[in-house]
Structures are given as C-alpha cells and as structure tokens.
Write a protein that binds this ligand. Structure first.
Ligand code: DQA
Length: 156
C-alpha cells in the first residue's frame, strides 16, 4: 500500500438546503440576493477544496427528506451545514435528527433572521447547532465552511 492510499480521506461536508432555496436568485432577490443555488454549490465546492475538503450539496422542499439527509450524515459526513429555511422556525423533527449527530453542525441563513418578522426570530435548529452564520448572503456558506475546516483541523 502506498503512503498516499494509507492517508485517511476526510468524509465530505454535507450542505443541506431547505424549502424554496431551489429558487434562489429569483426568489425575493432583495432579501436573498441574486446568486442561484447552483452557483452557491460551485462556490462551496471551491471553498472546501481550498481546505482539501469535499462537499455533498442537497436541497429539498420536503421535511421528511431533509430528516433523511441528516440521518445519512451520521455515517457519511464529517460535518453538516444546514440552511433549514422555513423549517428552521417550525420543525422539531429536523432538530431531533440534528441532535443525533456527533459531528459539527453549522446553521446558515442568508438573511439575518433577527432583523426580520418576529415569526422568524426563533429557530429550533439553533439548539442543535455548533454555530450559526446569518446575514452574510451566499458568502455565509463559505464562512461556515471555513469554520468547519477549522473545527475539523482542531479535532485531528
Ligand atoms: C432563510 C430565512 C428563513 O426565515 C426563510 O424561511 C428562508 C431562508 C435564509 O436563508 O435567510 O427560506 O433560511
């Protein structure tokens, strides 16, 4: 076995996106910006690569499917970034799934939910998150990747 093949390859960061984020770029661009989700994915892959990390990037409009994604991350991911979108404000099931994870979880919101309507101020996901990045638009995903890379480096 060569030295290279002996090196353990880090599991990918799973980047999970909730409902309506498939329409990023055209959806209320004054709130969420003009960057599409496909562009966010490319930016995230490039940012992770600068740390020698890879990503799995997913989106779903369905709560149960997001729970499935989180359960898959238990064995398939080194960390999770999640923008739960509207489900952050409503879903105990998504929080329950996150609380089963033993890896870093960063909650990401494009907008600063505390500057918005009162019903957006509470996020169930926050209780299960290692950290939270919000209000930085698409750049927030990249800063969350940096944070995860730092945490993973420290845990080696
Ligand atoms: C969001 C904020 C949520 O309140 C909203 O429901 C979204 C997007 C954000 O990224 O700013 O869909 O998570």
């Amino acid at each position: 076995m060569t030295k290279k093949s002996k090196q353990s390859k880090a599991l990918p960061i799973h980047i999970l996106n909730g409902p309506n984020l498939n329409l990023l770029g055209t959806r209320e661009p004054e709130v969420y910006g003009h960057t599409t989700l496909a562009q966010v994915e490319k930016m995230c892959a490039a940012q992770a690569a600068t740390w020698g990390l890879s990503i799995v990037f997913r989106q779903s409009n369905h709560e149960g499917e997001i729970v499935d994604f989180i359960q898959e991350a238990r064995t398939g991911a080194s960390a999770v970034l999640i923008n739960p979108a509207g489900y952050g404000h409503t879903s105990i099931a998504i929080l329950d799934a996150i609380q089963m994870l033993k890896i870093p979880v960063i909650e990401v919101h494009l907008s600063n939910i505390h500057r918005r309507e009162p019903y957006r101020h509470h996020s169930y996901v926050s209780k299960g998150a290692t950290g939270i990045v919000m209000g930085l638009g698409a750049q927030g995903y990249l800063r969350a990747i940096d944070a995860v890379a730092d945490i993973l480096k420290g845990s080696k």
